[in-house]
Design a protein around this ligand. Structure first.
Ligand code: F6P
Length: 344
């Protein structure tokens, strides 16, 4: 058996733990050869890879990033991309390809299977936790921990100066990191893409807290937060070459509006890629390892077009088709409950 593996899209903590478990299990239990493609789909299309053995993956579980490198974009973005992928499967005699990726990479893997019959298996990853079909993706818990640690630190400096700290976390389409880090860090307000905000309401929440004798406020804002239509002018997002929108200005506008409207000094902290870097938590290493082990079984059992997922604590399978063009958003009941009762 010849099994390929790639990591695609934005990196996240835990990718190396998946690679490690795939290589160890595929080699020791099935005597498979594992081809690790460099730089996501680029490595497949250009046939840049390395044969991975157990010795190559020793000690990598605690390491952030990915030993294979990653890129955004894929074979559907260029004229001969799919043909080059098909050629690579033939030239290298691949029996299966494990694609460790988020919504974008899993959609590509799904299309390659559905439209071209290629034997792909998916492993969902992303700090955003927004892949449909799984209860969780690895990388998320680490990102939440990093954001929570940052919020904990910001409390003391915010209190010393009686300031408002606006903390921007990642999450273009879903507010998972904002919600979880906001709850854990005891934020005054949490702003998520799923619930458009009203700057007047936000101002009232912050003012009320200060009037009630508390010092300082922490406002956690997901990067994809949106104002209610017609309530606030935000500069349009910057669109990168992969069509992704970068909305960094919404948190900047919130910080400056809160300062003007409340009279309290405010500071903006954009956590950015710090949330994606460094060592994964033990939870993420374990989930990543379980996904990797299950992905090898899925290859052996020829469950192509499927991805491994977490459901009620068990590792199951789900068609990668469910991810196409969809985003798993937060549970608004929990959000509303938290906003109504904990925050302030
Ligand atoms: O998809 C993961 C993610 O970290 C998003 O939360 C964020 O918006 C985006 O990637 C940043 O992408 P890049 O690394 O390309 O700047």
């Amino acid at each position: 058996m010849r099994l390929g593996v790639l990591t695609g899209g934005g990196d996240c903590p835990g990718l190396n733990a998946v690679i490690r478990s795939i290589v160890r299990k595929a080699e020791t239990q099935f005597g498979a050869e594992i081809i690790g493609f460099f730089d996501a789909w680029d490595g497949v299309m250009e046939q840049r890879y390395s044969l991975l053995k157990t010795n190559d993956v020793r000690g990598i579980a605690p390491k952030g990033g990915t030993i294979l490198g990653t890129r955004r974009g894929g074979p559907f973005d260029s004229n001969h991309g799919v043909a080059n992928v098909q050629q690579a499967f033939r030239d290298l005699g691949l029996d299966s390809l494990v694609v460790i990726g988020g919504n974008g990479s899993l959609t590509v893997a799904s299309r390659l299977h559905e439209e071209f019959g290629l034997p792909t298996i998916g492993v969902p990853k992303t700090i955003d936790n927004d892949v449909v079909g799984t209860d969780a993706t690895f990388g998320f818990q680490t990102a939440v921990q990093i954001a929570t640690d940052a919020i904990d630190r910001l409390h003391t400096t915010a209190e010393s100066h009686d300031r408002i700290m606006v903390v921007e976390v990642m999450g273009r389409d879903a507010g998972w990191i904002a919600l979880h880090a906001g709850i854990a860090g005891g934020a005054t307000a949490i702003v998520v893409p799923e619930a458009p905000f009203d700057i007047i309401e936000l101002t009232e929440i912050v003012k009320r807290r200060h009037v009630n004798g508390r010092y300082a406020s922490i406002v956690v804002v997901a990067e994809g937060a949106k104002p209610k239509p017609g309530t606030l002018e935000i500069p349009p997002p910057v669109i990168d070459k992969n069509g992704h929108a970068y909305n960094g200005d919404v948190s900047r506008v919130i910080a400056s509006e809160l300062e003007t409207r409340t009279g309290y000094e405010s500071r903006l902290v954009q956590l950015g890629h710090v949330q994606r870097g460094g060592t994964p938590t033990s939870y993420d290493r374990v989930l990543a390892t379980r996904f990797g082990l299950a992905a090898v079984d899925a290859c052996v059992n020829r469950e192509f077009g499927q991805m491994v997922v977490l459901r009620s604590g068990e590792i199951e399978r789900e068609s990668m088709k469910v991810t196409s063009g969809k985003t798993r958003t937060i549970n608004l009941d929990l959000y509303n409950d938290v906003v109504a009762s904990f925050i302030g």
